[in-house]
Write a protein that binds this ligand. Sequence first.
Ligand code: C2E
Ligand code: CA
Ligand code: CA
Length: 557
Amino acid sequence: MTTDQSYYYWLEQFVHAITRLPEIDLKQVFSALTELCKLFRVCKGVTCFYDNEQKEAEKDGEVFVCYDSGEAGAPVLVKRLVTAANTVVTVTAYQTKEAAPFTDQERERVELILQMILTFMSQDRLKKIIKRMTCYDSDGFRNLQYLFREFDRLAKAGLLSGMAAIHFNLKHFSLINHQFGRPGGSAVMRAYVRRMEQALGENGSVYRLGGDNFVALCRQASMPQLLDCLRGESIAVDCPEPKEVTVSAVAGIFIVPQGFQYRTPGDIMNPITTAYQVAKANRGEDIIYYSEQFDLEKEKVIRIKHAFQNALAAGDLLTYYQPKVQVDSGEIIGAEALCRWRQGGRIVMPMEFIPVLEQGIEICELDFYMLDRVCQDLKRWLERKLRVVPVSVNFSRRHMIDPGLFEHIVEVIDRNGIPHALIDIELTETTTDVEFTALKRLVSQLHQAGISTSVDDFGVGYSSLNLIKEIPWNVLKLDRTLLPSQANRGRGSQMFRHVVALAHEIDMLCVAEGVETPDQLATLRENGCHIAQGFYYDKALPIEAFEQRLKQPYYRK
Ligand code: C2E
Ligand code: CA
Ligand code: CA
């Protein structure tokens, strides 16, 4: 086709597309516009729609990109129209610097096309279509903009109070994608959302935030159906072969209270996001209703993290030492460093701040700070020729993502000139394969460097025999819950005995934590566990008290 022929052909297509009744053929509009842009070396065509001239001045309108080659360009032709309803429409054509400028004839032709776009844009019907287009994402799901408009509409109509807003994320969706491929995964997602919308009927809709994150907005009448869907729906998949897959979701729910003053979308998005985050962090319950308490906790986290940085700088984080004792001789043969936070005259226990610090990387700062403090204390004792014992330092699982962890630990110990044999690193079990690999590597490296390692809290959480079989630990620290109690004496002490025997079999030292009573100590003796740590001997002691202890390192037997 000659250029002229192309022009007339695509112009005709374009006119056809925008005048087709009853429904404009958008696909055809786009393909015609694309060809016309290419023909005239236009790299981008943009239409803007403003509710009035003031909005135009503020650039507060809807932007609709008709074509975009992706190249950077400058505006070369602009058409503007103020409609009878005072709305303003502009259409702009862009060309790149390199593109040959329009000839006179081309300019006329481009102007004509822009004029046609303008005319149709200014018509209400097209505006509605644009609105519709900006309300759905490329996969056909209602989008965030749609949701926000809905908030607005419901608020204005006084219908928002009593409604439920739900932020949900599909569980294990990457697995579904992996199993059925991306197209299969998308089909499952569409089917699930469709199922949910059917369940909601006239009472609500589902909007996609992006990826596999959605918001549902519905009247409470349909909550039971919605909850059913969230808890799990069986979806049929065809590829590669017919199969059923159960899709469920983790969700945060906010019931808009009576008399709720809606101002911005954040008024609803914030509570549902908060509740969703709580649900995500919560291993037990996948569906959580928002409570103001969550916000208070969030504030608490921010406050603690902030105060923690000040405490680090001010030296308000103290190292306490809890002795580890040889049961037979009553001799102190080691200690565990435990952190305390001095706040004014009060000593704050780790349980009040460690779980918060563990949510971020702050815990890593604390652990290295503690290691450094322990090394400084050991150095002082060595210089003063005091008796010293090996000290354990707790290291959080959070460190496992740090590839330079081993080097960093050794650097701190060597910088302080501390013999490696005086440091033990306590680590807890891990849950993921990636962490397991990192843990195994770290423990092996420490082992080679002559730094001892302990499995902390063995017997609770995710203990696995694999963990102690495959990694060259030195010490197994039995959690206090593993100590036989009055209630479970029989089975409890059998368990205890076997775990101790197992540790010894694979050449690990065994330390029983939380030994409080003479009875418990007797259990240790009976079952061959030679080292104890617990209130029976001492609590974690401030440094001066611990130094005194080291001067008389034997407890009465
Ligand atoms: P953990 O590592 O299991 O430390 C032992 C905890 O048990 C300590 O609590 C200790 O005071 C307590 N304990 C010792 N003997 C007894 C006993 O006979 N009976 C009872 N009921 N409890 C006993 P603490 O000092 O409150 O520390 C709690 C946890 O905080 C620690 O548990 C550890 O997980 C964490 N933690 C403390 N300091 C640090 C640190 O510097 N870094 C890291 N990552 N975690 C730390
Ligand atoms: Ca510990
Ligand atoms: Ca422990």
